[in-house]
Design a binder for this molecule. Structure first.
Ligand code: ADP
Ligand code: ADP
Length: 237
């Protein structure tokens, strides 16, 4: 079953300076991600990877083409439906984007508070997520007291709080050292295997794709230039 489908998607941004050409960030991209898959998108800086992710979680709307999640075109959604969509899509970032003034538990609880969930339910869910990412002992710590790898585990727990079917990872290990990168990638594999979450990772690091993804999409200048099983695409010639 296809969970995410981009069909002929182009995203153009207005020129940055007067008189310049508009920027075509994503150029006629068609892409289908199956439920349960780990899809990697690789490419140099400026290739259009982040824009693809932002189109998937409706932070950007396509200039043309359609983006469908589970068969629903998300471009015309109202506020209510958008909120539900965002609960169905978690996101993690290179710089973790944690709230420094909130504890680990408070960070993980945040999406559930926004969603207006009852306090007892939030507490139980936060407990469960702390266990899952191995940070039960750090619940009352603040982000500044954590290592980079621990911060990203909090980011992952927060992204999973609302039980999304999709997790989007934007250069999620690029700020981490190699050993910590492996730990976080192992956790993401558990998120996929144990929780059944469909994952899209964007990265400029070949190793991340090799360790994590089932399938890789190569982007350049806003276009998909190659696509296939990781083994076929990334094995050295
Ligand atoms: P990547 O994630 O692969 O580095 P991006 O999707 O961030 O690529 O960017 C693709 C292109 O679109 C770049 O040329 C970038 O400068 C441009 N771009 C991205 N977002 C915007 C925006 N909000 N306004 C103008 N140009 C943008
Ligand atoms: P902050 O100081 O970061 O705002 P709070 O003490 O307000 O954190 O807690 C935020 C949320 O996290 C609350 O919903 C609370 O129930 C939950 N929470 C706090 N500590 C824990 C814990 N040890 N285990 C599970 N949930 C917790």
């Amino acid at each position: 079953m296809t969970l995410i489908r981009l069909s002929g998607v182009t995203k153009t941004f207005p020129p940055q300076t007067r008189g310049a050409e508009p920027v075509v960030a994503v150029d006629d991209v068609s892409l289908a991600v199956a439920a349960g898959e780990i899809c990697g998108i690789i490419g140099y800086s400026g290739a259009g990877k982040s824009t693809v992710l932002r189109l998937v979680n409706a932070l950007e709307t396509p200039s043309s083409g359609t983006v469908e999640i589970d068969g629903v075109d998300i471009t015309g959604l109202g506020e209510r439906e958008l909120r539900r969509l965002r609960g169905d899509i978690g996101m993690i970032f290179q710089q973790f984007n944690l709230f420094d003034s909130r504890t680990v538990a408070g960070n993980i609880a945040y999406p559930l508070e926004v969603a207006g969930r009852p306090r007892a339910e939030i507490r139980a869910r936060v407990d469960e997520l702390l266990e899952f990412v191995g940070l039960a002992a750090k619940a009352r710590n603040y982000p500044e007291q954590l290592s980079g790898g621990q911060k990203q585990r909090v980011g992952i727990a927060r992204a999973l709080a609302t039980n999304p079917r999709i997790l989007l990872a934007d250069e999620a290990t690029s700020a981490l050292d190699p050993d910590t990168t492996q730990e976080v990638l192992a956790l993401l594999r558990r998120v996929n295997a144990e929780l059944g979450v469909t994952i899209v990772v964007i990265t400029h690091e070949m190793d991340v794709i090799r360790t994590l993804a089932d399938r890789v999409v190569v982007m350049e200048h806003g276009r998909i230039i190659e696509e296939g099983p990781v083994f076929d695409i990334l094995s050295a010639p």
